[in-house]
Design a protein around this ligand. Structure first.
Ligand code: CP3
Length: 352
């Protein structure tokens, strides 16, 4: 089939997003935005009024509404499941809270062998509401794919070991370099939990997944490969036998792109610090890519945004597949209209 006759997708499995992730021809470059479901939207703030974040994540009708909001508003090519990377940790019994403006805060940090008892495997019965939310969404979304997600073991370990968000990850690194046995035991448990969380979402109907290793850019490549990559690989391998593409993303991971691809991803997410031409050279053309508009550029006048979008599409044309996204999450004070305009521009410039 020639590219000019690529039909509009009738099913999520044949959508532009899934096809791009597999390096197949697409009707247009698919677009979605990390953190598209959230605080930049007034309808999100209204829907969330009076409901704590973790409670919201466990309420299927609310999860479905919030997940659908950016799809309706921006015309993006995929929905990202409204949840949080710490939801599966709470589901297995970790006492934590998501504090507005701060992030996840863990009541008692995990730092000893005895603490590992607090991280049993996640089983589907612990997250029946997640299955329910995904099922509602898949029904409502029709041909638009739903992206499921999980936090990768390193990033989850950082929250658990530090007890909350951290700039330097000093306790995390102290444990990793100081007690490798405990480190590997901890990450192996987190891989089981994250892998199960991904599997639940895909079995309920999600058409793609993203593994967020947001903070792993804090490590040099050799240490990534020794201390982290086997566990991220195990997380993604939990999806073996389920036919969905896997996106692997982290911030400041320019030096790790290839190793993150080799952990078992189909698509490597690129943050805004690395140009896509450089990223593609590092990836040897072996993976589709996702990215990478700097979310802060959305605060510049439209002509500056348009110029950058054109440059990104131009660089990405050499990739085996490209999913347009930001280089990290939507900032809370972003003008949502900019996201709508960027979506329309990417579609217009790439229509085949
Ligand atoms: O729109 C989407 O992307 C889907 C939902 C989503 C959320 N968190 C909702 C959320 C996703 C995919 C995440 C992933 C997540 N959570 C990551 C990886 C992505 C990244 O940005 O690197 C990380 C590191 C977390 C941990 C976390 N949870 C942080 C850093 C924060 C923000 C703290 C803050 O308030 O500034 C949260 C809370 C959170 N997760 C919010 C949302 C919409 C804000 C909660 C609120 O509205 O009060």
């Amino acid at each position: 089939m020639t590219s000019s006759t690529v039909p509009a997708a009738q099913t999520p499995a044949d959508s532009a997003l899934v096809r791009a992730a597999r390096g197949l021809d697409v009707p247009h470059t698919p677009v979605w935005f990390m953190r598209q479901a959230g605080r930049s939207l007034p309808e999100y703030r209204k829907a969330r009024e009076g409901t704590e974040m973790l409670q919201a994540c466990r309420t299927p009708e609310l999860v479905a509404e919030i997940t659908l909001q950016p799809v309706r508003r921006h015309g993006v090519d995929a929905a990202i499941f409204f949840s949080d990377i710490v939801v599966p940790l709470a589901a297995v019994g970790i006492d934590l809270d998501i504090v507005a403006g701060v992030g996840p805060v863990v009541a008692a940090p995990v730092r000893s062998q005895a603490d590992l008892d607090r991280l049993p495997p996640l089983t589907p019965d612990m997250v029946e509401d997640i299955t329910e939310s995904v099922r509602i969404l898949v029904r409502e979304l029709g041909p638009t794919p739903l992206i499921g997600f999980a936090g990768a073991p390193f990033t989850l370990a950082s929250y658990l070991i530090e007890g909350g968000p951290s700039r330097n990850h000093e306790h995390t690194k102290a444990l990793m370099y100081g007690d490798p046995q405990l480190w590997h035991d901890l990450l192996a448990r987190l891989a089981v939990i994250s892998g199960a969380f991904l599997r639940v979402q895909v079995e309920a109907g999600a058409s793609a997944v993203q593994l967020f290793d947001s903070w792993v850019g804090a490590l040099p490549r050799r240490d990534y490969e020794a201390y982290v990559q086997p566990h991220s690989r195990a997380t993604l391998a939990a999806l073996d036998g389920l036919d969905v593409p896997k996106i692997h993303f982290g911030v400041g991971t320019g030096e790790l792109l290839r190793s993150m691809g080799e952990a078992g991803a189909d698509v490597v997410g690129v943050d805004y610090r690395v140009g896509l031409t450089d990223a593609l050279a590092r990836l040897d053309g072996r993976w589709a890519i996702q990215g990478n508009l700097d979310p802060a550029i959305l605060f510049a006048p439209w002509n500056a945004v348009e110029t950058r979008v054109r440059e990104i599409l131009d660089e990405a044309s050499a990739a085996p597949g490209h999913i347009f996204n930001l280089g990290h999450g939507v900032l809370p004070t972003t003008d949502p209209d900019m996201l709508t305009r960027v979506t329309a521009l990417v579609h217009e410039l790439t229509a085949r």
